[in-house]
Write a protein that binds this ligand. Structure first.
Ligand SMILES: Cc1cc2nc3c(=O)[nH]c(=O)nc-3n(C[C@H](O)[C@H](O)[C@H](O)COP(=O)(O)OP(=O)(O)OC[C@H]3O[C@@H](n4cnc5c(N)ncnc54)[C@H](O)[C@@H]3O)c2cc1C
Length: 271
């Protein structure tokens, strides 16, 4: 449960830094003016733009790195947040949801597969696995974006490539300035053929990408228990009260957003 006496009452936070990651994604660094939020990678918070509304966003940093959120401009709330800058105040409540069971992954090879803004919940994992290399096996990162300008966190790619195998791809038909791979993310999985032996694959991105990535991983022999994803659903409260984000008898906000494919295949036929 979130900190504070009233779980719906946001804590005040000041924006300390805003960085353009792509033409439509900004990274916001927040400093809490009051209280504390203890979270684990995979969890999310609900951020309010005062006078406009609130929306859920995954923590995009490790707790020791400070509070960071990568926010893509979509509609009302995200546009209002994009209009804010350093010194402006927002509300934040949370953390909500479950987290990646990072202890369970110890000793395993890790394959991280992201698309677009789906890299947001994966970034703290990338930092975690690179910092604790000795505890885990090999780290492979596959990250796809529409165009070269749509890669979020490209300023960190050198660091990622030092600690992991980093494979980038942009969508067909490619771009004149791009000398790298041109392919959709599921095709990169098919091409690289990561081994399922002692591995965990963690994926986040647009639903259609996740769907086909899961098919490719299964074709390579990954069991549904070895594939982990984070689900998005429209939600208001974030704590299982408003009943907007149910999938079958589970709530994305409370039982998720992190699920194995084994868990969600019992809820959704499409997986
Ligand atoms: C658990 C969770 C974690 C999330 N983490 C992030 C994150 O780290 N970064 C980020 O940029 N976004 C994240 N999102 C999505 C983000 O919450 C939505 O983009 C945001 O709610 C849109 O609010 P808005 O008022 O700007 O858009 P609205 O004005 O409400 O809607 C604009 C358009 O976006 C669509 N839309 C709104 N919410 C969603 C949604 N949840 N899924 C799909 N389509 C939606 C609407 O149907 C509409 O077409 C997350 C969502 C969830 C549920």
């Amino acid at each position: 449960m979130p900190s504070g006496s009233d779980p719906f009452l946001p804590l005040l936070a000041e924006i300390s830094e805003v960085r353009d990651l792509t033409p439509d994604i900004k990274l916001f660094k927040l400093n809490l003016r009051e209280g504390r939020i203890d979270y684990r990678p995979g969890q999310f918070a609900i951020i309010s733009a005062f006078g406009v509304g609130e929306a859920p966003f995954t923590f995009a940093s490790l707790p020791e790195e400070g509070l960071e959120f990568a926010i893509r401009k979509m509609g009302t709330v995200t546009s209002a947040l994009h209009d804010l800058g350093p010194g402006d105040l927002v509300g934040i409540r949370g953390p909500y949801g479950n987290a990646f069971p990072l202890e369970e992954y110890k000793g395993k090879d890790i394959i991280i597969i992201g698309g677009g803004i789906g890299i947001a919940p994966l970034r703290p994992l990338i930092h975690w696995f690179i910092k604790r290399k000795g505890d885990y096996g090999d780290l492979l990162i596959i990250y796809g974006a529409r165009t070269p300008r749509d890669f979020a966190f490209s300023h960190e790619f050198e660091d990622w490539a030092r600690g992991a195998r980093l494979e980038l791809a942009i969508d067909p038909p490619g771009a004149p300035e791009w000398k790298g791979r041109v392919a959709l993310v599921p095709a990169v999985v098919k091409e690289l053929k990561p081994s399922p032996r002692g591995s965990i694959a963690i994926t986040c991105g647009p639903p259609i990408m996740i769907h086909y990535v899961i098919q490719e991983l299964k074709a390579l022999g990954f069991s549904p228990g070895q594939i982990v994803t984070t689900l998005e659903a429209k939600m208001k409260c974030g704590m299982g009260k408003c009943m907007r984000c149910n999938v079958g008898n589970k709530y994305v906000c409370k039982d998720g957003p992190v699920f194995t494919v084994e868990q969600i295949s019992q809820l959704l036929e499409e997986f």
